[in-house]
Write a protein that binds this ligand. Structure first.
Ligand code: GAP
Length: 499
């Protein structure tokens, strides 16, 4: 591990971002709890995601649905039969591995491996043995990643923890469609937990068994979907894209939306949404432009429900390369057609022009925890031996810190008065412990963009700086004086996010 990795991991745990669930008892692999700072950043990300993506249409809404689903739903959706990963077991100690990951750790592959025989051949050719005991590895098999459950006391009702939030939107489609006066396109977004029994979650917080997804399902008529978006407004916008045909590890090309349309023949609406997603990463999350790309999935690699599939990837310093944080999935009418068949209820609708159709789905899918990790990873710096989190102000756990220069001479009373006023409008943090330098350093480390200090000038009626405070900037370390009465406007202006 590099010094950066050690410092980052310590920072995450010590300052209250996240750690393994039940670590008091040795932990539970693949499960994590958020501490107070992690929870604040996650909530901020979710709020901004809702504001940005629900604004892409005028008939898009947030709903909430159950974490537990009956077996019939997931049988109909294809998850019972197809939601699998490749499991390889050690013949001696029974340790399990994800087959494709075993190979990827040894050699660079052009395409993800899915075929059991091909994976076994690689294992044999590369002489891969159990990492733990050196035993030989058995023939790979498919392993269903859902957590099964028995619901109720009779033992008859089988269910599963949901493997994706998307199913909640499909199940509620018809009720919402009627409640929303049968308007299309209709967007249903869910932010909530998803559960996957990952075979061997070795990448810490990145690959876990319980995680949060933010997913928007846009139900639309494929015949006129292109016309609903202003493709011209993004035609010259350059996208970071890695297409299947020119895959090179860690690289991407910058291609304008217009060119992408020409090269790939993807639908305009799909490219338009790619652009909107990239703008979210560049302009809102402020992920550095060289650290984000769209990664096209091949026919073999994409999920069983997808017709078009690009992953959204961020280059993580911690994980040494581009990793998936989300996906843009064109699911066609796969889902509504499955549930129409599975439930024997009619989900097709009559369109104004008289056609009777099943609406198609464009899915914008994001792993919230991976995005939180990406924010921390791309904004964490070590400068002059000190940690600093340069997170955008509106995403920061606290907007502002308030300190008295010293804890005496009424400076603390005045600082507390300002704190009590500001905390009604902002995420504010009061600190009077330790030297002022230490207090700045503590708040720099957790990403607080502005610190207000009440000093002797603030209270001295004869001083020209009477009733002003110092504001110190996290990133530039610049300090300015602002009137106490202007603080709310000043801060509002600084932390506002123009969507
Ligand atoms: N509804 C589509 C869907 O679930 P997915 O690619 O399987 O698509 C979407 O998952 C996102 O959920 C991923 O891009 C990733 O960010 C997140 N995700 C998936 N599995 C995860 C895991 N084991 N741990 C953390 N996040 C995960």
């Amino acid at each position: 591990m590099s010094d950066y990795d050690i410092a980052f991991n310590e920072f995450i745990k010590k300052r209250g971002f996240f750690w393994q669930t039940a670590d008091l008892y040795g932990g539970l692999a693949g499960f994590y709890d958020y501490g107070h700072l992690g929870t604040l950043i996650k909530r901020n990300w979710e709020t901004i995601w809702i504001d940005y993506f629900l604004n892409l249409g005028d008939n898009y809404y947030l709903i909430e649905s159950s974490n537990i689903l009956p077996e019939a739903v997931l049988k109909a959706s294809g998850h019972v039969d197809h939601f699998t990963d490749v499991l390889v077991e050690c013949s001696k100690c029974k340790e399990t591995y994800r087959g494709d990951h075993l190979i990827e750790e040894k050699i660079e592959l052009k395409e993800e491996l899915t075929d059991l025989d091909v994976i076994f051949k690689y294992i044999q050719d590369l002489k891969i043995v159990c990492d733990k005991c050196g035993g030989t590895l058995r023939k790979p098999m498919d392993f269903n990643m859902m957590f099964p459950l028995i619901v109720g006391s009779t033992g008859k009702d089988k269910g599963y923890l949901r493997p994706e939030t998307a199913q909640g939107a499909y199940l509620n489609f018809y009720r919402e469609f009627n409640a929303l006066r049968r308007k299309i396109p209709m967007g249903l977004a869910i932010i909530g937990k998803a559960f996957r029994n990952e075979i061997s979650p070795r990448q810490g917080f990145f690959r876990v068994r319980e995680f949060t997804q933010a997913e928007l399902q846009i139900f639309h008529d494929p015949k006129n979907f292109n016309e609903l978006f202003d493709f011209k407004s993004v035609k010259d916008y350059k996208m970071n894209v890695c297409l299947v045909k020119d895959r090179v590890e860690g690289e991407f090309k910058k291609i304008s939306c217009k060119e992408l349309l020409k090269i790939t023949g993807l639908p305009e609406f799909y490219i338009y949404h790619m652009a909107k997603i990239q703008q979210f990463y560049f302009d809102i999350l402020q992920i550095p432009k060289e650290k984000f790309r769209f990664y096209e999935k091949s026919d073999k690699e994409r999920a069983f429900y997808n017709q078009i599939h690009f992953d959204l990837e961020v280059n993580f310093q911690q994980l040494k390369g581009f990793k998936e944080v989300g996906g843009l999935h064109y699911r066609g009418d796969y889902d509504l057609s499955c549930h129409q068949k599975g439930s024997s209820k009619k989900l097709s609708i009559k369109i104004d022009d008289g056609r009777k159709i099943l609406l198609n789905v464009l899915e914008l899918s994001f792993g919230v925890d991976r995005n939180v990790l990406a924010l921390l990873d791309s904004n964490f710096y070590i400068e002059d031996g000190r940690n600093i989190l340069r997170i955008p102000p509106y995403l920061a756990p606290y907007h502002v810190g308030i300190f008295p220069l010293q804890k005496k001479d009424n400076l603390d009373e005045k600082a507390k008065e300002i704190y009590r006023t500001l905390r009604k409008k902002f995420r504010a943090f009061y600190d009077e412990v330790g030297s002022i330098g230490k207090r700045y350093a503590r708040l720099d480390e957790i990403g607080v963009p502005y610190c207000i200090t009440v000093d002797y000038e603030t209270l001295d009626k004869k001083n020209p700086d009477f009733d002003t405070v110092t504001i110190r900037f996290r990133d530039s370390k610049e300090q300015i004086r602002v009137n106490v009465g202007d603080l709310i406007d000043w801060l509002e202006n600084k932390i506002k996010l123009n969507l």
